[in-house]
Design a protein around this ligand. Structure first.
Ligand code: FES
Ligand SMILES: [Fe+2]
Length: 411
């Protein structure tokens, strides 16, 4: 990539081409349970701007620009008065529908309904709060494989990661790293296969080099984003990236297994809201399924990486590494969560990438395809086309894990 292309896909500021484009999609901004009825308004960031959310006593959620429409005092400081917010500076009062009910600064009879209050449409679905941050009327709410499911079919957890959103995607477009970074932790997909035991038994016998096969990678552009596939002699992993930020990845080969999607919403150029959503369209989540096991590994579903940060070097345990108890020394003993902690550590450790001096290999094919998708989307935006992928039917797009039975029988 050259520096110009890199800036096009990574810059999400309000006036940037990608920032403009992303405002044309519904944005999942927080888990529903963060908002208690009548509790203090909660400030949050999304797409390089600041907002507040609050839940009225009748349960409705409102999202406003953080600055009061009068003169910009933070509505995070506002009083909650029943179903309304009252700015503490000059007392403007807004209801959850975004109507300005009182403005003590103005004479009685002033046309308060003419004031743009910075309110944004909100939708709650599967325990997530989504909002429309663009101009004008909101488009239809997206129908994804996991939206509209009953509560006992979905679990969610979030974290803020100190990295650009593209870096987050790249970690999942790059399927290969799982064999290395997650090699002892990855009970979700590869760990229990005979093949993987072979890969790492070599390393255990005194030779530090890891032995593995390179998967064959392929990728194809689709109307909703791109699909990519990693194939080796025991399995075929099919992933789906729905633009802008929905990345369906595999956890298990049984069609009735729980499914997973990661969502990466840029908060600004250097921070991303990470979502892990695990769901099952067919049956309520089983206690021993991937989703429930994931949820039980998480202490705080609103901050699933709590306690693991750049400042404490992600609590890397060098002694466990030296003993041979842990490959990465990160997140040991945290079950399925360990994989994410390892991901966050390496992604944050990259700092801000400029992508002009990389050395990509054949396993990076999907990384290249993913970047091309982002470029395609942002360039289409400039030409005045409708927002890329937004109106496509993606209700049945999911990831698929195929085990090759023949190769297993050979063992
Ligand atoms: S700034 Fe909020 S009422 Fe004046
Ligand atoms: Fe990973």
């Amino acid at each position: 990539m050259d520096a110009k292309e890199n800036a096009l896909i990574t810059s999400v500021g309000v006036g940037s081409p990608m920032g403009r484009l992303l405002r044309r999609y519904w944005v999942p901004v927080m888990r529903s349970t963060r908002l208690e009825p009548g509790a203090a308004p909660l400030p949050f960031r999304a797409l390089a701007a600041r907002y507040v959310a609050f839940r009225a006593t009748d349960g409705r959620v409102a999202v406003f620009d953080e600055g009061c429409p009068h003169r910009g005092a933070s509505l995070a400081l506002a009083r909650t008065e029943g179903d309304c917010l009252r700015c503490i500076y000059h007392g403007w009062k807004l209801d959850a529908a975004g109507r300005l009910l009182e403005a003590p600064t103005h004479p009685a009879g002033a046309r308060l309904d003419k004031v743009a209050t910075g309110v944004h449409p909100v939708r709650e679905d599967c325990g997530m709060i989504w909002t429309w941050l663009g101009d004008g009327a909101a488009p239809p709410f997206p129908t994804l494989a996991f939206t509209g499911l009953p509560a006992d079919h979905v679990v969610t957890a979030t974290a803020v990661v100190e990295a650009n959103w593209v870096q987050m995607f790249e970690s999942l477009w790059d399927t290969f790293h799982a064999q290395i970074l997650h090699n002892r932790a990855n009970r979700v997909t590869f760990r229990d296969t005979a093949r993987l035991e072979h890969y790492f038994s070599e390393a255990r016998e005194g030779d530090d080099s890891l032995v593995f096969d390179l998967p064959a990678m392929s990728a194809e552009a689709t109307p909703w984003g791109f699909a990519y596939r990693s194939t080796d002699d025991i399995k075929e992993l099919n992933y789906a990236h729905i633009f802008p930020w929905y990345l369906h990845h595999t956890v298990g080969p049984d069609p009735l297994d729980d499914k997973a999607v990661q969502i990466h919403v840029p908060l600004d150029d250097d921070h991303t809201l990470f979502w892990q959503v695990m769901y099952n369209r067919h049956v309520p989540l089983a206690p021993d399924g991937y989703a429930r096991r994931f949820a039980s590994a998480v202490d705080d579903p609103d901050d699933l990486r709590r306690g693991y940060s750049k400042e404490n070097r992600w609590r890397q345990d060098r002694e466990a590494m030296n003993r041979g108890d842990s490959f990465t020394g990160i997140g040991e003993g945290r079950g399925i969560l360990q994989i994410l902690l390892e991901d966050f550590a390496v992604i944050e450790s990259q700092g801000r990438l400029d992508r002009t001096g990389e050395h990509l290999g054949p396993v990076d094919l999907a990384v290249i395809a993913g970047r091309k998708m982002l470029l395609r989307a942002v360039e289409a935006e400039d030409s005045g086309d409708p927002p890329f992928a937004r109106d496509e039917d993606v209700s049945s797009v999911e990831a698929v894990f195929d085990v090759k039975p023949a190769s297993l029988l050979e063992r």
